[in-house]
Write a protein that binds this ligand. Structure first.
Ligand code: BMA
Length: 329
């Protein structure tokens, strides 16, 4: 087994001094919690698509904007995506955990979010050009499936989406599927397997923010769930996927790169949770802003340099290829 230690001088991610950067008491209306935002850079602004859980327990998605991506958040007056169960029965119990991907070919953003249906959570897609109006494309995957994001461009002529179905047997692993039109999905392939036993990412994993194209491959962050007698602990690690064929995992971190440590991550509605759904990357400034839900209660920010992240993941071990018996294309 290879042990790969964090850079000795400092951790990869630094928590923002003012964390949590957004809490429910800052919202323009009463709500239980604000967490798990998607993130985008739009002109000179950072846009967060916040998951807000109302006082019924149902979540909707609301935009907040800031010029520095850290503070002075301005909340849009109306939610961008509110559950609309009359026209979209799959949203009856809410819209959760959005991931945002810029699709240059379509000149718009894709929003992959969890629609909470009576049959369980499923992956739904919507698009927006300005985060003021949305077009729903409807469910992309049947329940139970969540933690999805699109790749920013077609790969070999087709759109690709990472997601996390939950089968009745075995653990919950990360898959990739393909589509000619963002509506019809197929060629499902197992991508990253949860590990087993005592590992931090044993049994259940899921995608974090959307994949980022780098010269070394697709940079992918994922969360891993470690079940303990005191409940689950949600942490995150990194992988690197082959640019031309993202079913090939080139690197995978043995260690988590961020886990609950600060009080606002350890305590809340669901303690011991860091749950990133969005990051903004300024390669020229060598800066990564990672936005994450802290304890299913508030929004926190951790920063890193892009070059540190890449150098770290490139030093990670190359995982074993999948077993012959695994379902693949
Ligand atoms: C996951 C999702 C997230 C949540 C996390 C921790 O399964 O439901 O929305 O933040 O659990 O409770």
């Amino acid at each position: 087994m290879t042990f790969l230690l964090h850079p000795p001088t400092r951790p990869l991610f630094q928590r923002q001094a003012g964390n949590p950067i957004i809490s429910s008491d800052q919202l323009p209306y009463a709500a239980n919690a604000v967490f798990n935002p998607g993130a985008a850079l739009l002109e000179d602004e950072t846009v967060l698509l916040l998951r807000i859980e109302d006082l019924r327990g149902i979540s909707h998605l609301q935009v907040a904007r800031s010029s520095n991506g850290i503070d002075d958040w301005r909340f849009d007056p109306e939610p961008l995506l509110s559950p609309d169960p009359d026209r979209h029965p799959e949203e009856v119990w809410g819209c959760e955990d959005p991931r945002l991907t810029w699709l240059a070919e379509r000149d718009e953003w894709a929003i992959a979010y969890t629609a909470y249906s009576r049959r369980g959570p499923l992956v739904s897609l919507a698009t927006t050009k300005d985060f003021r109006t949305v077009t729903r494309l409807g469910p992309a995957m049947p329940p139970e499936d969540k933690d999805a994001a699109l790749f920013p461009a077609r790969i070999d002529g087709r759109w690709a989406m990472i997601h996390r179905p939950t089968p009745l047997r075995g653990g919950a692993h990360v898959w990739v599927s393909y589509s000619p039109d963002l509506r019809h999905w197929g060629d499902h392939a197992l991508l990253i397997e949860a590990r087993d036993g005592a590992w931090w990412d044993a049994g259940k994993i899921g995608l974090g923010p959307p994949p980022i194209e780098t010269e070394a491959g697709w940079l992918v962050m994922y969360h891993g769930v470690h079940l303990t007698a005191a409940g689950p602990i949600y942490r995150v690690g990194l992988t690197l996927l082959d640019l031309a064929d993202p079913t090939i995992v080139l690197r995978r971190s043995d260690e988590w790169v961020l886990g609950p440590g600060a009080p606002y991550e350890r305590e809340g509605d669901v303690g011991q949770v860091v749950f990133p759904c969005g990051w903004t990357i300024d390669q020229a400034a060598d800066r990564v802003h990672l936005y994450y839900g802290a304890a299913d209660t508030s929004v926190a920010l951790a920063t890193a340099t892009f070059s540190d992240l890449l150098a770290y993941v490139e030093r990670c071990p190359q995982p074993d290829r999948r077993r012959e018996s695994d379902f693949a294309r």
